[in-house]
Design a protein around this ligand. Structure first.
Ligand code: NDP
Ligand code: HSE
Length: 432
């Protein structure tokens, strides 16, 4: 890098354009902090005409040319998707070129292999923006908390679903209206089912679980439920009992196994995550030595995400300037985490809120309580709502195994007095 660090950019969409803007507008400060000026090199897009007015002298529609360019010192991958991003990032790392990416789908699926490649070639692979956008959480887990033992990570990792749940609870808005607003505001993925069905949060949960517990957890290992089944009735019941409903990503370690799950949950109104509204993200980390920590901020959008990407670029620049080349054995140890097995979700310890449509007749409560008792699922509280045809029983359990909860729900569905298991939501941030 004779007269500056040359950045090759794969993608000039929402995030890529934000990165270009920061590199231009904060150029002096970035040069001081990185120890070297950063220069924008080739930029790859699909549609050249659409970006022709952006003042990008080395615009190309051939992403492989960006990765192969001799003068490129670091590749920023902000094109999204697993393919062809995977091949491009692989190719850059194989030739020892460091990569900064915001691509959660790629890291959640192939992070372990890519980290190993980077370690083998001495390149850096940085992905702060892949989880919670502008909120620093990757470096805190990987570096700041390296001396601690993380017990559990609870996160609100998807802005779209948090926005929808906030609107449904504060304005009694419908799911469909709130989703349309989230799309209009630019929070949602191109296919919003990735948000509302929990896929996006599961990718981020896999990345956090892998880092927090030195494991190899992919998005396929994460148990996942989205928010499409959450109703305004659930939210109203939760509020009366002192809870808010959030889509939570949970990563935890117990009995030598790592568990990761994403599902809607009731969170006590007094818990710090309950105050995370609209499209904001937050990650609550329970450390053995550090205690409880919370990282909070904007999890999406051009400039917050670009801030994380450019922060990673500064990290890479500093490493290159320092001639960082730790011994390969050390790199290998860092790159290959112990293979901590992934836990079956049935072994997770959970608390649950269960809403039942029931026949309003003598003996119903005894039958329902019996079904819980068969699997030793202890009931903490129970309420009856309505009468006659509209009678509902609302129960909160004590902490139990997810497997026993599921068996209890199956049993409840067989009872003649239970017309429907209307809702099941976990309760987190309390006793479980
Ligand atoms: P966009 O869809 O806005 O931008 C993607 C860019 O990549 C476009 O410029 C597109 O070109 C280009 N591109 C895509 N495929 C190719 C290809 N095969 N060859 C050449 N260029 C290609 O995505 P975002 O900026 O929103 O997201 C980028 C990444 O950042 C994703 O991995 C996303 O998950 C992640 N991310 C995004 C956040 C956000 O708030 N948007 C937050 C955190 C992470 P063209 O413009 O011509 O179509
Ligand atoms: N669709 C994502 C969200 C974008 O709503 O959080 C950021 O990853």
């Amino acid at each position: 890098m004779p007269d500056g660090l040359v950045v090759g950019l794969l993608g000039h969409g929402t995030v890529g354009a934000g990165v270009v803007r920061l590199l231009r507008e904060h150029a002096d400060q970035i040069a001081v902090r990185a120890g070297v000026p950063m220069r924008l090199g080739p930029v790859a897009v699909r549609d050249l005409a659409r970006h022709s007015g952006a003042g990008l002298p080395r615009l190309t529609d051939d992403p492989r040319a960006v990765v192969a360019a001799e003068d490129v010192d670091v590749v920023v991958e902000v094109m999204g998707g697993v393919d062809p991003a995977r091949a491009l990032v692989t190719s850059a790392l194989q030739r020892g070129c460091s990569v900064v990416t915001a691509n959660k789908a790629l890291i959640a699926r192939h992070g372990a292999q890519l980290r190993a490649l980077a370690a083998a070639s001495g390149a850096r692979l940085e992905y702060e923006a892949a989880v919670a956008g502008g909120v620093p959480i990757i470096k805190p887990l990987r570096e700041s908390l390296a001396g601690d033992r993380v017990r559990r990570v609870l996160g609100i990792l998807n802005g779209t679903t948090n926005y929808i749940l906030t609107r449904m609870s504060e304005d009694a808005g419908s799911f469909a209206d709130a989703l349309a607003d989230a799309q209009r505001l630019g929070y949602a993925e191109a296919d919003p089912s990735a948000d509302v069905e929990g896929h996006d949060a599961a990718q981020k949960a896999a990345i956090l679980a892998s880092l927090a517990f030195d494991a190899t957890v992919t998005d396929a290992d994460v148990y996942r439920e989205g928010i499409t089944g959450v109703t305004t009735t659930d939210i109203a019941h939760a509020a009366r009992m002192g809870y808010v409903v959030k889509l939570l990503a949970i990563a935890e370690q117990a009995d030598g196994r790592v568990g990761a799950r994403v599902h809607p949950a009731l969170v006590p109104a007094s818990h710090p995550l309950a105050a995370v509204r609209d499209a904001y993200n937050a990650v609550f980390v329970e450390g053995e030595a550090a205690g409880s920590l919370m990282f909070y901020g904007r999890g999406a959008g051009a400039m917050p995400t670009a801030s994380a990407v450019v922060g990673d670029l500064v990290t890479v620049a500093r490493a290159l300037l320092a001639g960082e080349a730790p011994p390969k054995t050390l790199l290998r140890a860092r790159a290959e985490p112990a293979q901590v097995p992934v836990a079956d979700v049935a072994t997770a310890v959970v608390q649950a809120y269960v809403l039942l449509d029931v026949a309003d007749e003598p003996g119903v409560l005894a039958a329902v309580a019996g079904a819980f008792g068969e699997r030793s699922v202890s009931i903490r509280s129970v309420w009856q709502e309505g009468r006659g045809e509209t009678a509902q029983l609302l129960l909160i359990t004590h902490a139990t195994l997810e497997g026993d909860l599921r068996a209890t729900l199956d049993r409840l569905r067989t009872l003649p007095t239970v017309r429907d298991v209307a809702s099941v939501l976990r309760v987190e941030g309390g006793e479980a």
